[in-house]
Design a binder for this molecule. Structure first.
Ligand SMILES: Cc1cc2nc3c(=O)[nH]c(=O)nc-3n(C[C@H](O)[C@H](O)[C@H](O)COP(=O)(O)OP(=O)(O)OC[C@H]3O[C@@H](n4cnc5c(N)ncnc54)[C@H](O)[C@@H]3O)c2cc1C
Length: 293
């Protein structure tokens, strides 16, 4: 039986308390959210934190809501401790961004979805993780709390490498904010070997149309070696053009051309490249159809 190395357990009573505990214990401390990635890593001794700071039960980190203000516009705000199951059940989230429900339906199984969190998923930054690509495609912004207060980081700067994010050792991800703008459609497609498995490849797309033209677009790719889950060159190709089939097929080709998948038990590299292109094309078509209403 695999058991973790010995560690001290601290239960945070608020976000600032969590930040203070992390600051006090330095690089040896880790936040635990749903524990579905961290605890298995501790059992395998791939992670050996000396202190676990438990952020379960912090109401400041929960909730899904839309907020509007004249200065800042409209945002869907999703607390970091939102469980996968809560996001899947949120009518508000699905009404604004179909991609959130489509992705959550195929992430793991109900046991994992009941416990695993949105914040834990993106902070884990596992290259096979679905939500990281989704929030990249949604052009979300991460709100991160540290000793000096809150700072915001666009998702494209949030992921700094496999299993590495912009969240510092004494910081806590508070929420993800997604801009709510008119003319938007989104979609997520995943190929997996069996229901509930990690992706062989998955793609999330969001399109904002202005008439026939693509005003803005987000493309996120999982498990295919897309740098930081994103495909900026393919987005650049689409932005400002009419959303034609030709433009979408070319965007799929460009997205795959920038991926560097590795062969593993889920499939050979050339199959993953094929999926990167094909899923991008199909998800873009679906997102455009939805944006057209
Ligand atoms: C059997 C199984 C199948 C799965 N299948 C899939 C799948 O198909 N697709 C998919 O996308 N995912 C899958 N997952 C992963 C799942 O989505 C987990 O929920 C996710 O990896 C981690 O979320 P968590 O809340 O459990 O995080 P934890 O394990 O608690 O934490 C993960 C990391 O994030 C850090 N962290 C957590 N929250 C914060 C925060 N608010 N601020 C700062 N740091 C934080 C922790 O310190 C740790 O380093 C699967 C997991 C399992 C166990």
């Amino acid at each position: 039986m695999q058991v973790p190395a010995q560690f001290e357990y601290q239960r945070a009573t608020g976000v600032d308390h969590a930040v203070a505990l992390l600051s006090r214990h330095g690089a040896e401390a880790r936040v635990v959210a749903g524990g579905h990635s961290l605890i298995p890593m501790m059992k395998l001794r791939l992670a050996q934190p000396e202190v676990l700071v438990d952020i379960n039960g912090l109401h400041e980190l929960t909730g899904i809501r839309v907020e509007s203000s004249r200065e800042n516009g409209r945002w869907l705000r999703i607390g970091a401790m939102t469980r996968h199951a809560e996001l899947l059940e949120s009518e508000l989230a699905g009404e604004h961004f179909e991609v959130l429900h489509e992705a959550e339906r195929v992430i793991a199984d109900p046991l994992v979805r009941n416990r695993g969190t949105v914040g834990g998923s993106v902070c884990q930054a596992d290259p096979s993780e679905d939500l990281s690509a989704v929030f990249t495609a949604l052009r979300a912004i991460a709100v991160i709390r540290g000793g000096d207060g809150d700072r915001t980081v666009p998702m494209r700067e949030f992921f700094v490498g496999p299993y590495q994010t912009a969240v510092g050792p004494a910081e806590v991800l508070v929420e993800l904010r997604v801009p709510v703008r008119p003319g938007c459609g989104s979609a997520h497609l995943k190929v997996d070997r069996r229901a509930g498995d990690w992706a062989v490849a998955s793609v999330a797309c969001t399109v904002w149309l202005d008439g026939d033209d693509v005003a803005e677009v987000g493309i996120g790719l999982t498990a295919v070696g897309a740098p930081n889950f994103s495909a900026p060159e393919a987005e650049d190709h689409l932005r400002g053009r009419p959303a034609t089939s030709e433009a979408i097929v070319e965007a799929g080709r460009i997205a795959a051309a920038h991926c560097r998948p590795v062969a593993d038990q889920r499939g050979p590299a050339d199959y993953k490249l094929h999926l990167a292109s094909e899923l991008t094309v199909r998800a873009l078509h679906r997102a455009v159809d939805r944006a057209r209403g």
